[in-house]
Design a protein around this ligand. Structure first.
Ligand SMILES: Nc1ncnc2c1ncn2[C@@H]1O[C@H](COP(=O)(O)OP(=O)(O)OP(=O)(O)O)[C@@H](O)[C@H]1O
Length: 334
Protein backbone atom coordinates (compact mmCIF):
# COMPACT_ATOMS: atom_id res chain seq x y z
CA UNK A 1 0.00 0.00 0.00
CA UNK A 2 1.25 3.46 -0.92
CA UNK A 3 -0.13 6.45 0.99
CA UNK A 4 0.94 9.95 0.01
CA UNK A 5 -0.46 12.72 2.21
CA UNK A 6 -0.11 16.43 1.49
CA UNK A 7 3.44 16.15 0.14
CA UNK A 8 5.24 19.32 -0.94
CA UNK A 9 8.67 19.77 -2.47
CA UNK A 10 10.38 23.03 -3.41
CA UNK A 11 13.71 23.34 -5.22
CA UNK A 12 15.94 26.38 -4.90
CA UNK A 13 17.43 27.22 -8.27
CA UNK A 14 20.28 29.73 -8.77
CA UNK A 15 19.35 32.42 -11.27
CA UNK A 16 21.54 34.87 -13.16
CA UNK A 17 21.36 36.86 -16.36
CA UNK A 18 23.61 36.07 -19.34
CA UNK A 19 27.03 37.69 -19.78
CA UNK A 20 30.42 37.71 -18.04
CA UNK A 21 29.60 40.74 -15.89
CA UNK A 22 26.48 39.07 -14.56
CA UNK A 23 28.44 35.83 -13.97
CA UNK A 24 30.98 37.72 -11.81
CA UNK A 25 28.18 39.56 -9.98
CA UNK A 26 26.47 36.27 -9.20
CA UNK A 27 29.65 35.06 -7.44
CA UNK A 28 29.14 37.76 -4.84
CA UNK A 29 25.36 38.05 -4.73
CA UNK A 30 23.80 34.79 -5.70
CA UNK A 31 20.11 35.05 -6.50
CA UNK A 32 17.75 32.17 -6.02
CA UNK A 33 14.34 31.35 -7.32
CA UNK A 34 12.04 28.79 -5.79
CA UNK A 35 10.44 26.12 -7.96
CA UNK A 36 7.49 24.40 -6.33
CA UNK A 37 7.73 20.93 -7.88
CA UNK A 38 5.03 19.35 -5.67
CA UNK A 39 2.26 21.37 -4.11
CA UNK A 40 0.21 19.45 -1.54
CA UNK A 41 -0.25 16.13 -3.32
CA UNK A 42 -2.20 13.20 -1.85
CA UNK A 43 -3.18 9.78 -3.20
CA UNK A 44 -3.40 6.14 -2.17
CA UNK A 45 -2.45 3.11 -4.27
CA UNK A 46 -3.54 -0.36 -3.20
CA UNK A 47 -1.51 -3.59 -3.40
CA UNK A 48 -1.42 -5.09 -6.88
CA UNK A 49 -2.75 -1.95 -8.60
CA UNK A 50 -1.23 -0.64 -11.83
CA UNK A 51 -1.50 3.15 -12.01
CA UNK A 52 -0.53 5.52 -14.81
CA UNK A 53 1.02 8.74 -13.50
CA UNK A 54 0.74 11.27 -16.30
CA UNK A 55 1.29 14.97 -16.85
CA UNK A 56 3.20 17.35 -19.11
CA UNK A 57 6.96 18.00 -18.89
CA UNK A 58 7.98 19.52 -15.56
CA UNK A 59 4.67 18.59 -13.88
CA UNK A 60 6.34 16.80 -10.94
CA UNK A 61 6.17 13.11 -11.90
CA UNK A 62 9.85 12.24 -11.45
CA UNK A 63 10.00 14.24 -8.20
CA UNK A 64 7.13 12.11 -6.85
CA UNK A 65 8.83 8.86 -7.91
CA UNK A 66 12.09 10.01 -6.31
CA UNK A 67 10.28 10.75 -3.03
CA UNK A 68 8.47 7.40 -3.15
CA UNK A 69 11.75 5.60 -3.74
CA UNK A 70 13.55 7.45 -0.92
CA UNK A 71 15.99 9.41 -3.14
CA UNK A 72 14.41 12.79 -2.29
CA UNK A 73 13.08 14.12 1.01
CA UNK A 74 9.94 16.27 0.78
CA UNK A 75 9.63 19.62 2.61
CA UNK A 76 6.26 18.74 4.03
CA UNK A 77 3.61 16.06 4.20
CA UNK A 78 4.01 12.36 4.70
CA UNK A 79 4.42 9.24 2.68
CA UNK A 80 4.14 5.59 3.66
CA UNK A 81 5.13 2.76 1.34
CA UNK A 82 4.26 -0.61 2.82
CA UNK A 83 4.18 1.10 6.21
CA UNK A 84 7.67 2.64 5.85
CA UNK A 85 8.73 6.25 5.34
CA UNK A 86 10.95 5.92 2.23
CA UNK A 87 13.60 8.56 3.03
CA UNK A 88 13.87 7.58 6.71
CA UNK A 89 13.94 3.78 6.45
CA UNK A 90 15.85 3.54 3.19
CA UNK A 91 17.62 0.21 3.74
CA UNK A 92 14.43 -1.65 4.63
CA UNK A 93 12.39 0.29 2.08
CA UNK A 94 14.54 -0.53 -0.98
CA UNK A 95 13.93 -4.24 -0.41
CA UNK A 96 10.27 -3.62 -1.25
CA UNK A 97 10.76 -1.57 -4.40
CA UNK A 98 12.22 -1.90 -7.88
CA UNK A 99 12.93 1.22 -9.90
CA UNK A 100 13.53 1.64 -13.62
CA UNK A 101 14.40 5.09 -14.99
CA UNK A 102 14.20 4.84 -18.78
CA UNK A 103 16.71 7.66 -19.17
CA UNK A 104 19.25 6.41 -16.64
CA UNK A 105 20.98 3.08 -16.13
CA UNK A 106 21.47 1.09 -12.94
CA UNK A 107 23.84 -1.31 -14.70
CA UNK A 108 27.62 -1.04 -14.60
CA UNK A 109 28.59 0.09 -18.07
CA UNK A 110 31.74 -1.94 -18.75
CA UNK A 111 30.98 -5.28 -17.13
CA UNK A 112 28.80 -8.13 -18.42
CA UNK A 113 25.16 -7.87 -17.32
CA UNK A 114 25.53 -11.02 -15.22
CA UNK A 115 28.29 -9.34 -13.16
CA UNK A 116 26.00 -6.33 -12.57
CA UNK A 117 23.24 -8.73 -11.50
CA UNK A 118 25.59 -10.45 -9.03
CA UNK A 119 26.56 -7.09 -7.55
CA UNK A 120 22.87 -6.22 -7.18
CA UNK A 121 22.29 -9.61 -5.53
CA UNK A 122 25.03 -8.80 -2.98
CA UNK A 123 23.80 -5.22 -2.38
CA UNK A 124 20.25 -6.42 -1.70
CA UNK A 125 21.49 -9.55 0.12
CA UNK A 126 19.24 -11.76 -2.00
CA UNK A 127 19.44 -15.40 -0.88
CA UNK A 128 21.18 -17.66 -3.43
CA UNK A 129 18.13 -19.88 -4.06
CA UNK A 130 15.85 -16.86 -4.57
CA UNK A 131 18.41 -15.22 -6.88
CA UNK A 132 18.76 -18.39 -9.01
CA UNK A 133 14.98 -18.76 -9.28
CA UNK A 134 14.44 -15.11 -10.21
CA UNK A 135 17.35 -15.09 -12.65
CA UNK A 136 16.10 -18.13 -14.52
CA UNK A 137 12.51 -16.80 -14.66
CA UNK A 138 13.63 -13.33 -15.80
CA UNK A 139 16.09 -14.78 -18.35
CA UNK A 140 13.29 -16.77 -19.91
CA UNK A 141 10.55 -14.12 -19.86
CA UNK A 142 12.77 -11.22 -20.92
CA UNK A 143 14.76 -13.34 -23.37
CA UNK A 144 18.08 -12.44 -21.76
CA UNK A 145 19.99 -15.68 -22.55
CA UNK A 146 22.67 -14.44 -24.95
CA UNK A 147 22.95 -10.88 -23.70
CA UNK A 148 23.71 -11.69 -20.05
CA UNK A 149 27.40 -12.12 -20.93
CA UNK A 150 27.63 -8.82 -22.82
CA UNK A 151 28.66 -5.50 -21.21
CA UNK A 152 25.82 -2.97 -20.98
CA UNK A 153 27.63 -0.50 -23.27
CA UNK A 154 27.53 -3.00 -26.15
CA UNK A 155 23.77 -3.57 -25.98
CA UNK A 156 21.05 -1.97 -28.06
CA UNK A 157 18.58 0.26 -26.21
CA UNK A 158 15.89 -2.44 -26.32
CA UNK A 159 18.26 -5.12 -25.01
CA UNK A 160 19.51 -2.82 -22.27
CA UNK A 161 15.98 -1.91 -21.20
CA UNK A 162 15.10 -5.60 -20.82
CA UNK A 163 18.23 -5.99 -18.66
CA UNK A 164 17.29 -2.91 -16.59
CA UNK A 165 13.84 -4.36 -15.89
CA UNK A 166 15.43 -7.70 -14.99
CA UNK A 167 17.85 -5.91 -12.63
CA UNK A 168 14.99 -4.13 -10.86
CA UNK A 169 13.24 -7.43 -10.08
CA UNK A 170 16.11 -9.65 -8.90
CA UNK A 171 15.21 -9.03 -5.24
CA UNK A 172 11.46 -9.79 -5.78
CA UNK A 173 10.14 -6.31 -4.93
CA UNK A 174 6.41 -5.89 -4.26
CA UNK A 175 6.33 -2.46 -5.92
CA UNK A 176 7.76 -1.41 -9.26
CA UNK A 177 8.31 2.24 -10.22
CA UNK A 178 8.69 2.63 -13.95
CA UNK A 179 9.72 6.06 -15.24
CA UNK A 180 9.36 6.06 -19.04
CA UNK A 181 10.32 2.38 -19.46
CA UNK A 182 9.65 2.26 -23.22
CA UNK A 183 11.27 5.55 -24.24
CA UNK A 184 13.12 5.17 -27.53
CA UNK A 185 12.16 1.51 -28.04
CA UNK A 186 10.90 0.15 -31.36
CA UNK A 187 7.33 -1.20 -31.61
CA UNK A 188 8.31 -4.85 -31.07
CA UNK A 189 10.41 -4.08 -27.98
CA UNK A 190 7.66 -1.84 -26.54
CA UNK A 191 5.10 -4.62 -26.85
CA UNK A 192 7.54 -7.13 -25.28
CA UNK A 193 8.16 -4.82 -22.30
CA UNK A 194 4.42 -4.13 -21.85
CA UNK A 195 3.54 -7.83 -22.00
CA UNK A 196 6.21 -8.63 -19.45
CA UNK A 197 4.92 -5.97 -17.03
CA UNK A 198 1.33 -7.22 -17.41
CA UNK A 199 2.42 -10.79 -16.78
CA UNK A 200 4.50 -9.78 -13.74
CA UNK A 201 1.48 -8.02 -12.24
CA UNK A 202 -0.80 -10.97 -12.99
CA UNK A 203 1.48 -13.65 -11.63
CA UNK A 204 3.18 -11.90 -8.71
CA UNK A 205 0.61 -9.20 -7.85
CA UNK A 206 3.34 -6.56 -8.25
CA UNK A 207 2.10 -2.99 -7.74
CA UNK A 208 3.16 -0.82 -10.69
CA UNK A 209 3.40 2.96 -10.87
CA UNK A 210 4.11 3.97 -14.42
CA UNK A 211 5.08 7.45 -15.57
CA UNK A 212 5.18 7.94 -19.31
CA UNK A 213 4.29 10.24 -22.19
CA UNK A 214 3.43 7.20 -24.29
CA UNK A 215 -0.34 6.84 -24.08
CA UNK A 216 -0.18 3.36 -25.60
CA UNK A 217 1.78 2.26 -22.50
CA UNK A 218 -0.99 3.69 -20.33
CA UNK A 219 -3.73 2.10 -22.40
CA UNK A 220 -2.03 -1.31 -22.42
CA UNK A 221 -1.14 -1.40 -18.73
CA UNK A 222 -3.31 0.69 -16.47
CA UNK A 223 -6.93 1.04 -15.47
CA UNK A 224 -6.43 4.07 -13.25
CA UNK A 225 -4.69 7.35 -14.04
CA UNK A 226 -3.38 10.10 -11.82
CA UNK A 227 -2.97 13.39 -13.66
CA UNK A 228 -0.44 15.84 -12.24
CA UNK A 229 0.05 19.41 -13.46
CA UNK A 230 2.08 22.27 -11.96
CA UNK A 231 2.77 20.11 -8.90
CA UNK A 232 -0.88 19.34 -8.11
CA UNK A 233 -2.93 16.18 -8.57
CA UNK A 234 -5.69 17.33 -10.90
CA UNK A 235 -7.49 14.09 -11.54
CA UNK A 236 -7.53 10.59 -10.07
CA UNK A 237 -9.85 8.30 -11.95
CA UNK A 238 -10.70 5.28 -14.00
CA UNK A 239 -9.14 5.47 -17.44
CA UNK A 240 -12.27 4.30 -19.28
CA UNK A 241 -14.47 6.81 -17.42
CA UNK A 242 -12.05 9.65 -18.18
CA UNK A 243 -12.00 8.59 -21.83
CA UNK A 244 -15.81 8.38 -21.77
CA UNK A 245 -16.21 12.00 -20.73
CA UNK A 246 -14.06 13.05 -23.67
CA UNK A 247 -15.42 10.74 -26.29
CA UNK A 248 -18.96 11.94 -26.88
CA UNK A 249 -18.17 11.83 -30.56
CA UNK A 250 -17.70 8.39 -32.10
CA UNK A 251 -16.41 7.78 -35.54
CA UNK A 252 -18.18 5.25 -37.78
CA UNK A 253 -16.44 3.90 -40.85
CA UNK A 254 -19.11 2.40 -43.06
CA UNK A 255 -18.59 0.36 -46.20
CA UNK A 256 -21.83 0.20 -48.19
CA UNK A 257 -23.26 -1.09 -51.43
CA UNK A 258 -26.29 0.74 -52.86
CA UNK A 259 -27.50 4.30 -52.41
CA UNK A 260 -25.46 6.84 -50.47
CA UNK A 261 -27.22 6.97 -47.07
CA UNK A 262 -28.61 10.31 -45.82
CA UNK A 263 -27.43 11.71 -42.49
CA UNK A 264 -29.75 12.05 -39.47
CA UNK A 265 -29.48 14.82 -36.83
CA UNK A 266 -26.30 14.19 -34.78
CA UNK A 267 -24.49 12.56 -37.74
CA UNK A 268 -21.93 14.39 -39.87
CA UNK A 269 -20.00 13.17 -42.90
CA UNK A 270 -16.22 13.49 -42.67
CA UNK A 271 -15.58 12.89 -46.38
CA UNK A 272 -15.73 15.66 -49.00
CA UNK A 273 -18.90 16.27 -51.05
CA UNK A 274 -17.05 15.51 -54.28
CA UNK A 275 -16.11 12.06 -52.95
CA UNK A 276 -19.72 11.38 -51.96
CA UNK A 277 -20.88 12.34 -55.48
CA UNK A 278 -18.33 9.97 -57.05
CA UNK A 279 -19.39 7.17 -54.70
CA UNK A 280 -23.04 7.77 -55.56
CA UNK A 281 -22.24 7.16 -59.25
CA UNK A 282 -20.39 3.92 -58.56
CA UNK A 283 -23.12 2.60 -56.21
CA UNK A 284 -20.69 1.68 -53.45
CA UNK A 285 -18.05 3.23 -51.25
CA UNK A 286 -16.73 4.00 -47.76
CA UNK A 287 -17.99 6.85 -45.59
CA UNK A 288 -16.55 8.22 -42.38
CA UNK A 289 -19.28 9.60 -40.16
CA UNK A 290 -19.00 11.50 -36.86
CA UNK A 291 -21.80 10.63 -34.46
CA UNK A 292 -22.58 12.95 -31.55
CA UNK A 293 -23.72 10.43 -28.92
CA UNK A 294 -25.46 13.19 -26.93
CA UNK A 295 -27.96 13.40 -29.81
CA UNK A 296 -27.96 9.87 -31.22
CA UNK A 297 -26.77 6.48 -29.95
CA UNK A 298 -24.27 4.60 -32.14
CA UNK A 299 -26.77 1.72 -32.44
CA UNK A 300 -29.47 4.17 -33.64
CA UNK A 301 -27.07 5.64 -36.19
CA UNK A 302 -26.25 2.14 -37.51
CA UNK A 303 -29.92 1.11 -37.84
CA UNK A 304 -30.73 4.45 -39.54
CA UNK A 305 -27.95 3.84 -42.07
CA UNK A 306 -28.91 0.21 -42.71
CA UNK A 307 -32.52 1.24 -43.37
CA UNK A 308 -31.26 3.20 -46.40
CA UNK A 309 -28.47 1.08 -47.89
CA UNK A 310 -26.78 -2.29 -47.63
CA UNK A 311 -23.91 -2.09 -45.12
CA UNK A 312 -21.12 -4.53 -46.00
CA UNK A 313 -18.70 -3.56 -43.20
CA UNK A 314 -18.65 -1.15 -40.27
CA UNK A 315 -16.21 -0.10 -37.54
CA UNK A 316 -16.66 2.21 -34.57
CA UNK A 317 -13.81 4.16 -32.96
CA UNK A 318 -13.69 6.53 -30.00
CA UNK A 319 -11.31 9.40 -29.33
CA UNK A 320 -7.71 8.22 -28.97
CA UNK A 321 -6.08 8.51 -25.54
CA UNK A 322 -3.70 11.10 -26.97
CA UNK A 323 -6.75 13.23 -27.91
CA UNK A 324 -8.13 12.74 -24.39
CA UNK A 325 -4.87 13.80 -22.76
CA UNK A 326 -4.60 16.90 -24.94
CA UNK A 327 -8.21 17.66 -23.90
CA UNK A 328 -7.32 17.20 -20.23
CA UNK A 329 -4.26 19.46 -20.47
CA UNK A 330 -6.48 22.12 -22.08
CA UNK A 331 -9.25 21.70 -19.51
CA UNK A 332 -6.84 22.08 -16.59
CA UNK A 333 -4.75 24.76 -18.34
CA UNK A 334 -1.45 22.90 -17.82
N1 LIG B 1 17.10 18.77 -8.77
C1 LIG B 1 16.32 19.78 -9.15
N2 LIG B 1 16.72 21.05 -8.97
C2 LIG B 1 15.95 22.09 -9.33
N3 LIG B 1 14.73 21.97 -9.89
C3 LIG B 1 14.27 20.73 -10.10
C4 LIG B 1 15.04 19.56 -9.75
N4 LIG B 1 14.32 18.46 -10.08
C5 LIG B 1 13.16 18.91 -10.61
N5 LIG B 1 13.13 20.26 -10.61
C6 LIG B 1 12.02 21.11 -11.10
O1 LIG B 1 10.81 20.62 -10.53
C7 LIG B 1 9.76 20.63 -11.48
C8 LIG B 1 9.19 19.22 -11.62
O2 LIG B 1 10.18 18.40 -12.24
P1 LIG B 1 9.99 16.82 -12.50
O3 LIG B 1 11.30 16.31 -13.02
O4 LIG B 1 9.44 16.19 -11.29
O5 LIG B 1 8.90 16.84 -13.65
P2 LIG B 1 8.37 15.65 -14.59
O6 LIG B 1 6.89 15.69 -14.51
O7 LIG B 1 9.04 14.38 -14.24
O8 LIG B 1 8.83 16.17 -16.02
P3 LIG B 1 9.27 15.35 -17.37
O9 LIG B 1 8.02 14.77 -17.95
O10 LIG B 1 9.84 16.45 -18.22
O11 LIG B 1 10.28 14.32 -16.96
C9 LIG B 1 10.34 21.21 -12.75
O12 LIG B 1 10.04 22.58 -12.80
C10 LIG B 1 11.84 21.00 -12.61
O13 LIG B 1 12.57 21.99 -13.28
Amino acid sequence: MIEVTRVTKTFKVARRSAGLKEALKSFVHRQYQEVRALNDISFTIGDGEMVGYIGPNGAGKSSTIKILSGILTPDGGNCLVNGKVPWKERVEHVKDIGVVFGQRSQLWWDVPILDSYELIRDIYRVKEAEYRKNLSELTELLDLGEILRTPARQLSLGQRMRCEIGASLLHSPKILFLDEPTIGLDAVSKIAVRNFILERNRQHGTTVILTTHDMQDIEALTKRILLIGKGKILLDGNLEEVKGTFSKVKQLTVQYSGAVPKMAEGMRLSVKEQEVREQSLSGQGILTIQVDTDVLKVSEAISYLSSQTEITDISVAGASLDDVVVGLYKQYEI
